[in-house]
Design a protein around this ligand. Structure first.
Ligand code: FDA
Length: 303
């Protein structure tokens, strides 16, 4: 109830006030701030994946400007020798306005990353984007087999069939590379698991399927139960360390992050930055009021 109220009213709070809530989870507004945060994580033994905020745009000029900024990010991050790769949300390039323009822009970004032998992860957005994002991934993967990956959401009932259907483009020379997460959008119960235990059960089933089929998996979660479940699957099946990494969001559960690192596993932190942090934070809250409790906690927990 309280969460819903905060989620609904936060967009009307002064920006400075919302920044107090958000700053723990956003690296800053500029590329320089994103580089600084990324370098600090690199120094602590973590890789990064950098994301420019600016999803669900309303015109194609914004799409072009986001594309140009991504190209600049890649040049800067490579020049600064940051250890990491790039994540993007296709709606930042007009996926729902003109899917073909969006494809061209995302393709250009992947081509730029490929020049540096680097990698771009296509984030998965809400359910109306899933087919479009899978199609885009297929097309770009055919051209840049080593330089692009996708995200899957364990809460969607369609995820396992989607994973199975995509095995036709998987081979050992160019394995597919997915991030697996629970899913952050609020989806109807007809298409998504709602229960915590049910989502977790499907997460681990999906992960086991990926790892046993030699797909590279980014294990994206802050849920201790899932981390333990993932390690069990990895150990029981002798999954080589070249086949997976753990991933967490910037500012979230740093203690669990440290524990995973201390076990010698690879960890990548998702570093969002950009001027759209206000829209991003308030949209996230509207989509998922449960986030309000995380945000409120961040006001009281330091570090
Ligand atoms: P769960 O929600 O059960 O959280 C476990 C614990 O972690 C919580 O109790 C809390 O302590 C902490 N926690 C989790 N999220 C927090 C937050 N935001 N702030 C503070 N504390 C938090 N989703 C999507 O739909 N598409 C995508 O492309 C991505 N990409 C992505 C990348 C990476 C690297 C991560 C880690 C996550 C995503 N997500 C995502 C988000 C994901 O789907 C999911 O909503 C969150 O990770 C929360 O789920 P957990 O697995 O962490 O479990």
């Amino acid at each position: 109830m309280m969460n819903k109220l905060i989620a609904r009213t936060l967009p009307y709070f002064p920006k400075k006030f919302v920044w107090i809530f958000s700053r723990k989870y956003i690296a800053g507004e500029t590329i320089d701030e994103a580089i600084l945060a990324s370098r600090q994580l690199n120094e602590k033994g973590m890789l990064v994946t950098v994301d420019l905020l600016g999803e669900f745009i309303t015109n194609l000029e914004q799409a072009k400007s986001n594309k140009d900024e991504y190209l600049a990010i890649i040049e800067r991050f490579e020049a600064e020798k940051i250890k990491g790769n790039y994540s993007l949300k296709p709606t930042s390039f007009g996926l729902l306005l003109d899917a073909e323009v969006c494809y061209e822009y995302v393709r250009e970004i992947v081509a730029k990353a490929a020049e540096y032998n680097n990698f771009v992860r296509i984030d998965m957005e809400d359910s109306k984007c899933v087919d479009l994002e899978i199609d885009m991934f297929r097309r770009i993967k055919a051209e840049f087999p080593k330089h692009v990956g996708l995200v899957f959401q364990a809460y969607l009932k369609r995820t396992m069939p989607d994973l199975e259907a995509l095995m036709d483009i998987h081979n050992e020379e160019n394995p597919i590379n997915y991030r697996l997460c629970k899913g952050i959008y609020v989806e109807p119960k007809e298409i998504a698991y709602k229960d915590y235990y049910e989502v977790n059960e499907h997460y681990l089933k999906d992960l086991e399927y990926l790892l046993k089929n030699k797909v590279y998996a980014g294990i994206a979660t802050h849920d201790r139960k899932l981390v333990e479940g993932a390690i069990k699957i990895i150990e029981e099946n002798n999954i080589p360390e070249e086949q997976f990494e753990f991933q967490m969001l910037y500012g979230v559960t740093p203690e669990l992050r440290k524990e995973i690192l201390s076990k010698g596993y690879k960890m990548r932190v998702y570093v969002p930055y950009g001027k759209d942090w206000f829209g991003y934070s308030t949209r996230r809250l509207k989509e998922n009021p449960k986030m309000a409790s995380h945000i409120i906690k961040s006001l009281f927990i330091k570090g």
